[in-house]
Design a protein around this ligand. Structure first.
Ligand code: NAP
Length: 461
């Protein structure tokens, strides 16, 4: 099947690509393996020079790159610009910090002992469309700085982004084969991953894709990192700054038109402030400007594919049939693009399947709670465990949230966001392993223990 780039705002086909043939895939694998053999010996300073050049290309060409993102997956242009600039930040972070992260770690023993960090080889990255640059850069910046090389299987609705990133990496001076886009279908990933030249795999995407990759990687005994879905709680307690909490709640739900793994999806609000929160939150959702993502005034663009609209529409219907109250929205919007109204559901019953699902679009679920314990209980009552945002000025409550919320990150009085300096990742069905920071880089490094006996030290020459 052709890999098609379709404008989600109009439904028009932009470009179409044939998936790579088996022979073309083999050629790219051979090139990647050859590139690794040479690239791992390239001095760190030279890699950092290329990484800084990559950052400056992103900064100089932000508008053009952002336009491709918006045309392919529909996020508003201003958000696409921010995404491109965030990629530059990650490049600079790893250019500046890799020497520190790769520094051998001396370990006191009776011998001379230390741990050194060696690259693993060719890493396969299977990536989603929702942040078509950022998701890729948070893999490629640490991987290339550490001396690994990358092969990218991008989501099939963003092939132009995939090819553009490949070309940016080359223009920055990285050697041929250090980073290649593989325009392949999901069903072709299995044979790529089985190739002995692939050392490890990282996947960001849905649970079913994660299961498929993890099962295969496990069988092949290859290292894997999974960044999967989330249904992050946003908890508001009575002592919170309500104005700021409501304003942030709307932004946190609608970031990337609602299509973000770390978007807040379940709003858990204390009884005494619930009614005020609900009315203001609904008003905030209704005030969003929906429309042409190319216009600077647009807050919410089209969703990336017609399937996402269909899935959301079905989930809202199922929740309402189970007894949830629909406070606003709930319908697809008429016209050519994949538009869906910002939607708020209250009191989705636990018996509804939707209670446990991720809502990957502009749909929020509100819950009223009568105690801190109930807030924590509902927050943790999900198969996912990516992140959480909790709003309270009470230090004792803050401590309870930090220690009892089951997830990879807790943000207090702030919206959850990724940052190259901080580890990012989840627990439970949100996946395993970390991206970003030193932790993310080390996922694809061999922590090699070196012991030099003090009984027989090397002869001095
Ligand atoms: P998806 O359908 O799982 O696709 C993600 C990638 O996996 C795509 O490249 C896709 O290729 C590929 N893929 C799908 N099934 C596969 C299989 N059986 N074997 C190998 N590859 C397979 O996910 P999506 O709809 O693009 O993205 C949305 C999901 O990603 C949400 O659940 C979201 O929460 C999650 N996400 C997580 C994070 C995080 O950091 N935790 C960040 C962003 C998104 P095709 O496009 O060709 O199908």
């Amino acid at each position: 099947m052709a890999i098609e780039s379709i404008n989600p705002a109009t439904g028009k086909l932009l470009r179409s690509f044939d998936p790579l043939s088996e022979q073309a895939i083999r050629d790219k694998l051979a090139l990647a393996a050859q590139a690794f053999a040479e690239y791992a010996r390239v001095p760190l300073e030279h890699r950092a020079l290329c990484m800084r050049k990559l950052a400056s290309i992103l900064e100089h060409e932000t508008d053009d790159l952002a336009a491709v993102i918006t045309l392919e997956m529909g996020k508003p242009l201003h958000a696409a610009r921010q995404e491109v600039l965030k990629c530059a930040t990650a490049c600079r972070y790893y250019a500046d910090n890799t020497a520190r992260i790769l520094m051998p770690e001396p370990i006191p023993t009776e011998n001379h002992s230390y741990v050194r960090w060696d690259p693993l080889g060719v890493i396969l990255a299977v990536m989603p469309w929702n942040f078509p640059f950022w998701q890729v850069f948070r893999f490629l910046a640490p991987a290339l700085m550490a001396g690994n090389v990358g092969l990218l299987k991008h989501a099939s609705n963003v092939p132009q982004c995939a090819l553009m990133i490949e070309s940016l990496v080359r223009r920055a001076g990285f050697p041929r084969g250090a980073f290649q886009a593989l325009l392949v279908e999901a069903r072709q990933v299995e044979s790529v991953l089985s190739d002995p030249r692939i050392a490890a795999v990282t996947l960001t995407g849905s649970e079913p894709a994660g299961r498929a990759i993890a099962a295969q990687a496990g069988w092949l005994i290859k290292k894997s990192v999974l960044e999967l879905g989330g249904s992050d709680p946003f908890i508001v307690m009575p002592s919170a700054d309500l104005d700021l909490a409501v304003e942030t709640a709307v932004r946190a739900r609608l970031v990337n038109s609602g299509q973000s793994c770390i978007a807040a999806k379940r709003f858990i609000v204390a009884d005494s402030i619930y009614d005020a929160f609900e009315s203001r939150f609904v008003a905030g959702m209704e005030a969003m400007r929906i429309g042409d993502p190319m216009k600077d005034s647009t807050d919410i663009g089209p969703l990336a594919t017609p399937q996402i609209v269909a899935d959301l529409e079905a989930q809202v219907k199922i929740a309402v049939a189970a007894g949830a109250r629909l406070l606003t929205g709930g319908e697809r919007m008429m016209g050519d693009g994949n538009y869906f109204e910002p939607t708020v559901l209250a009191g989705v019953p636990r018996k509804s399947a939707v209670y446990r699902e991720e809502l990957f679009g502009p749909v929020a679920m509100l819950f009223r709670v009568r105690s801190l314990e109930e807030a924590i209980e509902i927050a943790n009552d999900t198969p996912f465990g990516l992140a959480a945002s909790a709003w309270t000025r009470d230090p004792a409550e803050q401590q309870r949230f930090v220690s009892e919320l089951q997830c990879g990150a807790v943000f207090l009085n702030a919206m959850v966001a990724s940052d190259p300096r901080l580890p990012f990742g989840g627990i439970k069905h949100s996946g395993y392993g970390r991206e970003l920071s030193a932790a993310g880089m080390r996922e694809f490094l061999n922590a090699k223990t070196v012991v030099i006996s003090s009984a027989n030290p090397a002869r001095e020459s």
